[in-house]
Design a protein around this ligand. Structure first.
Ligand SMILES: Cc1ncc(CO)c(N)n1
Length: 226
């Protein structure tokens, strides 16, 4: 689906905050995973906070269920919610274990300010807006991580052998995540087609805010900020 200028609506959201989007996708944390130089301590900090992120991410999809207007939307939200709770969180816990982070430690984590800012922003965008506002706030996660993994795979500096972060890259570049990202992109393109310029500007603001908060999440990992 394209507009008169030939760009899909979701690509126009990215174009509306191109510098912020690039700063997020090509963040120093991301590059350091790619070339394998990311300190393990930074990755561990990120993994722990990402566990807390996933809890609120699941809540956000619960909110999507609540904001649904028909059975299709209900089903879509419910399936994603179930996938996060039943599959992704379990994977995350076992992955943390491999990185030396126990379930007990996860249960006692203190949430960092960057995690709070980002997750509560998304929940508020959804609570005060409609399902489209919520999806737009979630797009930097759902679509962004796929873009990041795909971007890394194209970089000449990517270290494929003996890189402890290759598995992270492989997971987000994998079929499961990529097809979820593609479905999200399609849903957004359909929803954004034909919105008024005023509405588009509103959504572009949410998208930009959420993108900047994702970049802050990377920075939190790098600086070990609490
Ligand atoms: C912070 C963050 N954004 C996006 C994703 C992808 O689901 C994730 N796991 N964590």
């Amino acid at each position: 689906m394209t507009d008169a200028a030939g760009a899909a609506p979701f690509d126009r959201l990215i174009a509306a905050c191109a510098d912020d989007w690039r700063a997020y996708v090509e963040h120093p944390f991301v590059r350091a995973m790619g070339d394998g130089t990311l300190p393990e301590e930074a990755f561990r900090h990120y993994l722990k906070q990402d566990y807390l992120f996933l809890v609120h991410f699941a809540r956000a999809w619960g909110l999507a269920v609540y904001k649904s207007r028909d059975i299709l939307e209900l089903r879509q939200g419910l399936e994603i919610l179930k996938a996060i709770v039943d599959v992704e969180m379990g994977l995350h816990v076992s992955w943390c274990a491999e990185w030396g982070i126990s379930e007990t430690e996860l249960a006692q984590l203190q949430e960092s300010r960057a995690t709070m800012a980002y997750t509560r922003y998304v929940l508020d965008a959804g609570a005060s807006g409609d399902l489209t506002d919520l999806h737009v706030a979630l797009a930097p996660c759902v679509i962004g991580y796929g873009e990041i993994a795909a971007w890394l795979l194209r970089q000449p500096f990517l270290k494929r052998e003996g890189n402890p972060y290759m598995r992270w890259i492989g997971m987000y570049a994998g079929d499961d995540f990529m097809s979820a990202a593609a479905a999200e992109r399609e849903w957004l393109n359909a929803r954004l087609a034909g919105v008024t310029p005023e509405r588009f500007a509103q959504l572009a603001r949410i998208f930009r805010d959420a993108t900047r908060l994702e970049a802050d999440f990377w920075r939190m990992g790098l600086t070990l900020a609490d």
